[in-house]
Design a protein around this ligand. Structure first.
Ligand code: UFG
Length: 348
């Protein structure tokens, strides 16, 4: 018997697809809504091969009110939503701020309009980001949910902050009828162990691990490490890299919680999703080479504008309240990223 029907906007995207797989494994029915703005229909085939099931799918641009309405008219029995659909490239957001504000904010507004109108659906889980913390002071590392928020460094980051505020106000006004959880992701990496779904960056990858795997396979000549003169043990920046399948599982726990708490309490809840372990860029590159046995040529380059020096999570609230922990060994994570890179290059 199904535990409920969950709408996954952006369900053909990187984290969305992995979450659909975990929701299926946990016994939920899933409706995927995506417009393939940063993914392809192949992802749906990958999900089907992993789960053995073709999940409901609607091609929907969530930032168009009529399309969101059509989605809920077609599926009036949605119990909760996970909202991944958003633009996410930091650099692009600086060049095209209006596209980012319009897309990321409108899509949340239209989803909330439907959720507050719809008498059945009572919960929404939102994809937020550790970007809301900016560069935490040393005394706030590892960073917990109570650390002060800082003005975001990019329009992308600002959309996440604004969306958290919109959620908070909406939940407060709903008098217990709408429950919401904002999940603040640290740096998701890796791919499903089947290598049937994974991250597919368009063009030159901006994120570290896709650049590493593309260099390992020979598409890129060498990796540039952006700065080795930071105030960190080896001089390179530190992040909290979390396995995408672990991250996906946290969404199942969050959905369980919003469904259970529906009608109880008023405030938006926030959870950091990270491992609690900070890794430098050099540690990632060396760890990848050790795990896979593949050499990754690299050079030290200039700092990248806007980079945060170091941030990693205190995930204890998610560990305790959601009963979730990110515990996949790094070696497995790096190998999964490498298997996925090899698989997609065979296909292309
Ligand atoms: N890096 C390199 N070379 C590269 C790519 C990245 O040295 O080719 C370094 C970066 O300088 C940084 C680290 O690797 O120190 C991680 O960079 P990513 O771009 O992979 O990740 P960021 O932490 O910069 O950005 C991520 C998400 C954003 C989000 C941000 C929140 O990609 O969406 O975390 O802090 F806003």
């Amino acid at each position: 018997m199904s535990k409920g029907k969950i709408l996954v906007t952006g369900g053909a995207g990187y984290i969305g697809a992995h979450t659909v797989v975990e929701l299926d494994a946990a016994g939920y029915d899933v409706v995927i809504a995506d417009n393939f703005s940063n993914s392809t229909p192949d992802v749906l085939d990958g999900i089907e091969r992993i789960t053995g099931k073709r999940h409901s799918f609607m091609e929907v641009d969530c930032s168009v009110r009529e399309e969101m309405r059509r989605l809920f008219e077609t599926h009036p029995d949605i119990d909760a939503a996970i909202h991944f659909a958003a633009f996410k490239a930091v650099g692009e957001s600086v060049e095209k701020p209006l596209d980012y504000y319009r897309n990321n904010i409108d899509s949340l507004l239209f989803l909330l309009e439907e959720l507050t109108r719809n008498s059945r659906a009572g919960g929404v889980v939102f994809s937020s980001s550790c970007t809301v913390y900016g560069q935490p002071s040393k005394s706030h590392l590892p960073v917990s949910e109570s650390a002060p928020l800082q003005p975001a460094m990019s329009p992308y980051g600002r959309t996440k902050q604004i969306c958290e505020d919109i959620l908070s106000d909406t939940v407060n006004a709903a008098n217990g009828r709408l429950k919401s959880i904002a999940l603040r992701y640290f740096n998701p990496i890796g791919a499903h162990p089947s290598a049937l779904i994974g991250e597919l960056p368009r063009g030159v990858p901006q994120n570290l691990l896709p650049f590493v795997t593309q260099t390992a396979i020979g598409i890129r000549r060498e990796l540039s490490i952006f700065g080795n003169d930071y105030n960190t043990p080896d001089g390179t920046c530190i992040r909290d890299y979390i396995y995408v399948c672990d991250l996906a599982k946290a969404h199942v726990r969050a959905v369980e919680r919003v469904l259970k708490l529906n009608g109880v309490g008023e405030s938006l809840e926030y959870f950091n999703l990270g491992t609690g372990r900070g890794l430098s860029v050099l540690e990632v590159v060396n760890g990848f080479m050790e795990a896979t046995g593949i050499n990754v040529p690299y050079k030290i380059a200039e700092r990248r504008a806007g980079d945060i020096e170091q941030v990693w999570a205190d995930p204890s609230k998610a560990n305790e309240v959601l009963g979730w922990v990110a515990d996949t060994p790094l070696e497995i994570v790096f190998k999964s990223a490498w298997e996925w890179e090899r698989k997609i290059r065979q296909k292309i």
